[in-house]
Design a protein around this ligand. Structure first.
Ligand SMILES: Nc1ncnc2c1ncn2[C@@H]1O[C@H](COP(=O)(O)OP(=O)(O)OP(=O)(O)O)[C@@H](O)[C@H]1O
Length: 255
């Protein structure tokens, strides 16, 4: 992981009043959230709730209004490239790998800014975490299975030595067994690397495997917040489902 020149902030990422609009009305309405250093937080919600737009705006990939702080510094005016250099790495869902390039070339792209020794060391780490892709290094990435492509997308993100990983729906299009495997690997990365991540998911179960807090998003608003206990309890699950469906606004479970 990249060393910070600055004193570590309790919250690695702080988002205030984030609004995203593509045309007419906003699709994300002035939301606020904060991700503690060394933990995984999740944004849950149904199709079109505004989760990906939020994640992409944090990465600087969509124009947005609001205030963003990263490691205690205001990054609101930084470009996507500058945010990437600061360690904010967006991982799109797996099919966004470069399918014509080999697995190894995709990994090399992820570590493009690192020196050769660092790149080699990170690649060993990634292949330890994801043995499924370790013996497919020379294969065109497009020939990997959906689960392997997802692992490659995450591995490519890890190759840049991220301080904050923005994971856009790692379970998308995967069979339940593969979702479980991808999340098992992510949990291992989190334990061993003290990874900080913001995860977007439609799957409550998948997110609950990894996240220690979650927000439920609906029509561009955060309508519920779940702590680790709520994420693993029947009541918490019900609360999230109610919020997804708009049955009622979930009561905040985090003080
Ligand atoms: N590039 C874009 N241009 C115009 N509208 C967009 C664009 N991207 C997303 N939207 C719209 O913004 C809204 C929120 O989309 P977003 O992808 O952020 O939701 P989501 O919660 O991530 O859903 P999904 O899980 O389906 O990706 C949707 O109504 C979507 O159609």
């Amino acid at each position: 992981m990249r060393e910070s020149l600055h004193t570590a902030a309790a919250h690695l990422l702080e988002v205030e009043g984030l609004t995203v609009r593509y045309g007419a009305g906003p699709v994300v309405h002035g939301i606020a959230l904060a991700v503690p250093d060394g933990s995984v937080a999740a944004l849950l919600g149904a199709n079109g709730a505004g989760k990906s737009s939020t994640l992409r705006a944090i990465a600087g990939l969509e124009p947005a209004q609001g205030r963003l702080r990263f490691d205690g510094h205001d990054i609101t005016r930084l470009s996507a490239a500058q945010r990437f250099r600061a360690g904010i790495v967006y991982v799109p869902e797996g099919r966004a790998i470069v399918s014509d390039l080999s697995v190894e070339e995709n990994l090399t792209l992820g570590g493009y800014f690192a020196d050769a020794a660092t790149r080699a060391q990170r690649q060993r780490m990634v292949l330890d975490f994801f043995p499924e892709i370790a013996n497919r290094l020379r294969a065109p990435a497009g020939l990997l299975s959906g689960g392997e492509q997802q692992m490659l997308a995450i591995g490519r993100g890890l190759m840049s030595g991220p301080r904050l990983l923005l994971l856009d729906e790692p379970s998308l299009g995967l069979a339940p067994l593969l979702v479980a495997r991808v999340y098992e690997r992510l949990a291992l990365v989190q334990r061993e690397q003290q990874l900080t991540a913001l995860l977007v998911e439609q799957s409550f179960h998948a997110a609950a495997r990894l996240a220690s807090r979650a927000w439920v998003m609906r029509h561009g608003h955060l309508v519920g917040e779940l702590d680790a206990d709520a994420l693993h309890s029947r009541e918490g699950r019900q609360q999230a489902i109610d919020a997804y469906l708009g049955a009622r606004h979930a009561a905040p479970a985090v003080a």
